[in-house]
Design a protein around this ligand. Structure first.
Ligand code: UDP
Length: 401
């Protein structure tokens, strides 16, 4: 486990001392975060670093994971899609499933903490099933610019029981009578996913999945999710390949709280079939932080072709590796990338523009390298875990000191 001291060479003495100064007022208190999976997706990714680091800094912080069965996660995935604007058939059965699973969890999960942070819609109703003795915070990681109206009304009944709501982007603010704060997500530069890797280890990981680097390598790391547009990535790759011989890797593990992954994977496999045998298109379904790190470090260009994106941690990870990242003007991605300065942005769903942006980066390696260097500086300034710790420490202090 890392200690805050380990981050000092990366973030500097001022940031290090500042976190300890903010933490001092919170020492006797005990906090807890609740989400719905230990692994898979950006929320688990952040909690895996944030929770141990908070404890290491002297702030007692627990982590509980909501237990849910397949029906529950099928329903909450539909709610997730609905919050991103898709139609939802909001039946009484779905509402009942959603609420009772939370009620059951509340009966055997005892909360005696000074503040509770609940992540995303899955555990949102929990607040209703406790005698509220402390502030509750709802941390929404989703792009809620245009949620399905009926679903939003249903969920708002729970949201307004919270004392504060955290969103990833100023533009996600809602007309609600509770405090709303903006915390952009962050990555851990020392985690297995982001730390420097020895070239031998990178090679070993690529070899294991037959990923050659004899031609330019395009990589998208994402759950197999329609909002990540993996089919659009395959289409754009086919256009690029007509001009420049290259290889595409789509790497996506399955998240326990995302039941749609298998179906989307099958569609992608179908679309990719003509290129699978040649080894120029490689699909990987394997959960490994070191593999993700190795792929990001080996990529010539990193891709994130999202159609909706609360924030897009994979973009941050790619920028941190100093790589040119080609992505879309959607959700939290423009917070990270300024087109032509530290990466490339095109409109979501525009396969031609996406392919064109990849080609520009492939054809001008010096410029691509400059984009990568600028991207790394952006992450150092704004999106490292120490900044997220400060955001949480300030909020906890305001709510509980
Ligand atoms: N991820 C991973 N393996 C995969 C696919 C994704 O470890 O095969 C990680 C990825 O590196 C990132 C997180 O899952 O840390 C995805 O976060 P993001 O915000 O990009 O999207 P989300 O999945 O939360 O919608």
């Amino acid at each position: 486990m890392h200690s805050l001291e380990d981050y000092r060479p990366i973030v500097g003495n001022d940031v290090y001392a500042d976190i300890h100064r903010r933490a001092r007022k919170l020492y006797p208190k005990h906090y807890v975060h609740i989400n719905s999976t230990y692994a898979g997706g950006g929320v688990a990714e952040m909690l895996q670093s944030l929770i141990p680091l908070m404890n290491n800094t002297g702030i007692d912080t627990g982590w509980r994971v909501l237990a849910g069965n397949a029906d529950f996660f099928n329903t909450t995935k539909k709610f997730h899609n609905g919050l991103q604007g898709e139609d939802v058939n909001l039946t009484e059965v779905k509402k009942h499933l959603y609420v009772t699973q939370n009620e059951d969890f509340a009966t055997y999960t005892h909360i005696m903490h000074e503040c509770v942070v609940v992540h995303d819609p899955q555990p949102l109703p929990l607040v209703k099933f406790y005698k509220k003795k402390q502030p509750w915070v709802w941390r929404c990681h989703i792009d809620i610019t245009h949620p399905n109206a009926e679903l939003w009304d249903f969920l708002a009944e729970f949201i307004i029981r919270y004392d504060a709501m955290i969103i990833s982007n100023e533009s996600y603010r809602k007309d609600l009578p509770i405090e709303q704060r903006v915390f952009p997500p962050a990555i851990d530069p020392l985690s297995a996913k982001n730390m420097d890797l020895a070239p031998m280890l990178v090679r070993k990981n690529l070899d294991r999945f037959g990923v050659g680097t004899d031609k330019p390598l395009l990589v998208q790391i994402s759950r197999f999710d329609k909002w990540k547009d993996p089919l659009g990535v395959v289409r754009a790759f086919m256009k690029v390949k007509q001009e420049v011989d290259c290889r595409l890797v789509l790497c996506g593990s399955m998240a326990a709280d995302d039941p749609e992954g298998e179906v989307i994977y099958k569609h992608v496999e179908e679309e990719a079939r003509p290129h699978l045998e040649s080894g120029d298109l490689i699909l990987i379904q394997f959960e490994s932080n070191v593999l993700v790190n190795a792929l990001q470090r080996s990529a010539t260009v990193l891709l994130q072709k999202s159609l909706r994106e609360g924030f897009g941690l994979t973009v941050t990870e790619g920028l941190w590796k100093g790589k040119p990242v080609v992505s879309t003007r959607v959700g939290g991605i423009p917070l990270q990338i300024t087109d032509g300065v530290n990466g490339l942005l095109v409109d979501p769903g525009d396969d031609d523009a996406f392919a064109e942006a990849i080609l520009r980066a492939l054809r001008d390696p010096d410029w691509a390298a400059e984009l990568g260097r600028n991207g790394k500086e952006t992450v150092r300034e704004k999106f490292l875990m120490t900044r997220l710790m400060s955001d949480y420490l300030d909020l906890m202090c305001d709510l509980t000191c």
